[in-house]
Design a protein around this ligand. Structure first.
Ligand SMILES: [Zn+2]
Length: 317
């Protein structure tokens, strides 16, 4: 008998809480993803922890703090810049060009070896390619090197059907420019934009609906679920209409009536009429099944189709 009472045991911290508190104390991610990484040469599998990168403090305080600090630094250094930052890549050196050509030859030889079924040669060539990649990295070459295996890319199917009730927007090519217009006297004004969702019925001053039975909860819930995509669309549309790469800092907050809304500080000034036009024309198209009638339940459940990577009807597939 260890003489511990139940109350004492209950007071002991749960292992997960201890781990979380320790992670917060040392400023590392509290819920990292584990990624399985296979070494292509040795087929050895390693597990690598990747920070979650959340910007929400209640989800992961260390990651959110890091993200906030980064945004603050970006804002301080970038907001008042009057020239575009220079991101032109330096010219590749002779060594780099030579290695790249060598790599291309190796890839060709590797593919020939695979084609001919010469597994031993292929393995050796693959290893050689990896060591060339390592050398290129060491020289400071950025970006992803093309895989020696020609990947079978799956085409992404997209619906191009437009909503007919949304106004058409003028389209301009988006220039690689982030600095807004300069006005007489050298001013480059910025602006503040708040985007709110539509009404779902009248609400009381403290938030809840005046008429709970008449309030469109269903629409409110759906709008909240898709708010992030809708906002992405809005920025995309705005950039296409104004023709330059508008930059902003924004935060999403719940209104007193609950739906999310967006506050954004926008670098550069855009006519109010343009903001209104873009807002009126922005929508995010999603497909929802009817969800007022139960279709699956009990033993009659959708089944996973591994090849199509979707759930399908158990009878009709
Ligand atoms: Zn995290």
């Amino acid at each position: 008998m260890n003489g511990e009472t139940r109350a004492e045991r209950m007071r002991q911290p749960i292992a997960l809480d201890v781990a979380k508190a320790a992670a917060e104390k040392y400023g590392v991610c509290v819920r990292p993803f584990t990624m399985e990484v296979e070494d292509r040469a040795s087929y050895e599998v390693r597990y690598v922890a990747v920070p979650c990168g959340s910007t929400v403090e209640s989800v992961c305080a260390p990651c959110a703090k890091k993200a906030k600090a980064l945004r603050m630094a970006q804002c301080r250094e970038g907001w008042h810049m009057t020239e575009e930052p220079d991101f032109t890549a330096r010219q590749p050196s002779q060594d780099e060009k030579g290695l790249m050509t060598f790599r291309a030859d190796l890839v060709k030889a590797y593919r020939d070896a695979v084609e001919a079924g010469e597994a031993g040669d292929a393995d050796e060539l693959r290893e050689e390619i990896h060591s060339v990649d390592a050398e290129l990295r060491q020289l400071g070459v950025r970006g992803r090197f093309p895989s020696p295996d020609a990947p079978g890319k799956r085409p992404v199917k997209r619906s191009t059907k437009r909503r007919q009730d949304a106004p058409n927007l003028p389209r301009r090519r988006v220039e690689k420019r982030t600095v807004g217009r300069e006005y007489a006297g050298g001013f480059r004004p910025s602006m503040f934009v708040t985007l709110t969702l539509d009404t779902y019925g009248r609400v009381r001053d403290d938030g809840p609906p005046v008429d709970p039975d008449g309030y469109d909860y269903r629409r409110a819930a759906r709008d909240a679920v898709h708010f992030a995509s809708l906002v992405d669309r809005w920025w995309q549309n705005l950039r296409r209409v104004v023709g330059w790469d508008v930059q902003y800092f924004a935060t999403v907050e719940p209104q007193k009536r609950a739906p999310p809304h967006l506050h954004a500080a926008v670098r550069g000034s855009i006519p109010h009429e343009t903001i209104r036009l873009v807002t009126a024309a922005t929508y995010h198209q999603v497909w929802w099944p009817n969800h007022d009638e139960r279709v699956y339940g009990g033993d009659h459940l959708p089944v996973w189709d591994a090849r199509a990577e979707v759930f399908v009807d158990p009878d009709t597939r």
